[in-house]
Design a protein around this ligand. Structure first.
Ligand SMILES: Cc1ncc(COP(=O)(O)O)c(C=O)c1O
Length: 453
């Protein structure tokens, strides 16, 4: 996504005649004809852009979802192994069709899906897996559960995605896999990640926990690497409370995924390998099956609304929407993220900007507060006997020294976002309210200092 460098003066002069602006120039507000009141920020006592309107609710629930749960309750088929035509096996078939893979195995969460993938690939003690620090703790938890070492590579400051160049720098002789995280539901730079994996003979497990249905070069996310892992936790764009799934085309590998998540017991009934019990239950399957009708339409609507919002914000240099890589056909838009550029807001802090936009009736916030490289688990594993037995003192020392991701730190400080699963299903008017609120705050940035006092 292009960054716009329109100067403030050009921006003001570019606007046609209209209301008297706060800096004494006549300009019409980019946020539409809201009358003189719109000039005063709500945080300073003016009228908010949005008042008394509701957003589409999430998680999605309609009669189909309710009927599906009731039928499952009455059927007495509550566990996936009771029937091959229960909700979970049926959902797995439907999900493969939707995503475009041959096989799907459902589990109880995205974390469980990621852990199962790694176990099935034979990754464990003494191995290293490279992933992003700008993610949910579940990404790292999955690696730690195998007792492999999560190596955190820095992110691209504009896309917030794993930086392939930094991934390559962090490969060691112990590295077995890369776990790209499609953060906010938009694709990583998969061409470069797959090329690095091929060059170094590494497996790729896509953390698609936020990336349902998004496409990169004509392929759905989750189908580009060796395995893809999804989350259906309540906030996700396909949701059942807690749930997850693994997708892939390799029959043997997917069979191993089934075995791993079924306490190591294969479809043939033999207990063969190490594995936890991660089976999805039939009530979760029922919610998912009830939710699938209309899922593509909701996905398309989120993309349409996100594109519209991005177009409305294009002349505001102070907020720059998440960069999308070439090859991105569509995004999941689980989160709509932007970089806040305080230099275009007279140096006013992100927190003041957020308070001002929230006062206009739009609930936006930061996103991830600090990268996972800054969380206490790092010292926990470095001082644990288990990790000290598996890795040399030299490797653990290097690990501590190299555990820096300065772009991620900046991204954590600068991102502003809203959770979009429900909101991007709104009307054009809802999208205008979001854009108008941001643009109103931008146009009134000279008064924001007052708000921070
Ligand atoms: C990027 C990412 N990875 C992993 C997870 C873990 O998924 P779950 O919460 O279903 O275990 C999440 C969930 O928020 C996520 O957003």
């Amino acid at each position: 996504m292009k960054q716009h460098s329109l100067g403030r003066r050009e921006f003001v002069l570019g606007a046609s005649a209209g209301l008297v602006g706060t800096v004494g120039l006549r300009r019409s507000p980019a946020y539409g004809n809201l009358g003189n009141q719109a000039e005063k920020l709500a945080i300073l006592g003016g009228e908010p852009v949005r008042k008394g309107k509701s957003w589409p609710t999430w998680p999605y629930c309609d009669d189909k979802v309710l009927d599906s749960v009731i039928q499952t309750t009455k059927s007495g088929i509550w566990c996936r192994i009771q029937s091959s035509s229960g909700t979970v096996p049926t959902f797995e078939k439907e999900f493969t069709r939707l995503i475009g893979t041959k096989y799907c195995v459902s589990v109880g969460s995205g974390t469980q899906a990621l852990h199962t993938c790694l176990e099935a690939l034979g990754i464990g003690a003494g191995d290293e897996v490279i992933t992003s620090p700008y993610t949910d703790p579940g990404t790292i938890a999955a690696i730690l559960c195998t007792r492999a070492l999560p190596v955190l590579a820095d992110v691209d400051p504009e896309s917030f995605q794993l930086d392939p160049a930094d991934v390559e720098r962090r490969i060691t002789e112990n590295t077995k896999a890369i776990m790209p995280v499609h953060i906010m539901g938009q694709p990583c730079d998969m061409d470069r990640i797959m090329a690095i994996a091929k060059k170094h003979n590494l497996k790729v497990v896509e953390d698609t926990c936020q990336g349902h249905l998004a496409e990169y070069r004509g392929k759905r996310l989750g189908t580009i690497g060796d395995l893809g892992a999804f989350s259906f936790q309540a906030s996700k764009t396909i949701a059942c409370g807690e749930g997850g799934a693994i997708v892939g085309d390799d029959e043997q590998l997917m069979d191993r995924c089934y075995t791993v998540q079924n306490h190591g017991t294969s479809r043939r009934g033999a207990t063969e390998v190490i594995g936890p019990k991660y089976r999805m239950n039939e009530f979760e399957g029922a919610v998912l099956l009830g939710q699938l009708p209309g899922v593509q339409e909701r996905f398309a609507l989120r993309n349409e609304n996100a594109a519209y919002l991005t177009s409305r914000l294009k002349d505001c240099p102070g907020v720059v929407p998440q960069k999308l890589y070439e090859g991105t056909n569509s995004g999941s838009f689980y989160v709509y993220g932007m970089t806040y550029k305080k230099e275009h807001f007279n140096g006013v802090s992100r927190e003041t900007f957020l308070r001002a936009v929230r006062a206009e009736g739009i609930n936006i916030g930061p996103y991830i507060g600090r990268g996972l490289h800054k969380e206490p688990w790092v010292e926990h594993i470095l001082s644990s006997k288990v990790y000290q037995r598996m890795f040399s003192a030299q490797r653990l020392k290097e690990y501590r020294e190299q555990n820096e991701c300065s772009n991620c730190d900046k991204v954590c400080q600068d991102v502003v976002s809203f959770w979009a699963s429900g909101i991007l299903l709104g009307t054009r008017e809802d999208m205008d309210d979001i854009a108008n609120a941001i643009l109103k705050v931008y146009e009134n940035r000279d008064n924001l200092k007052e708000a921070s006092a």
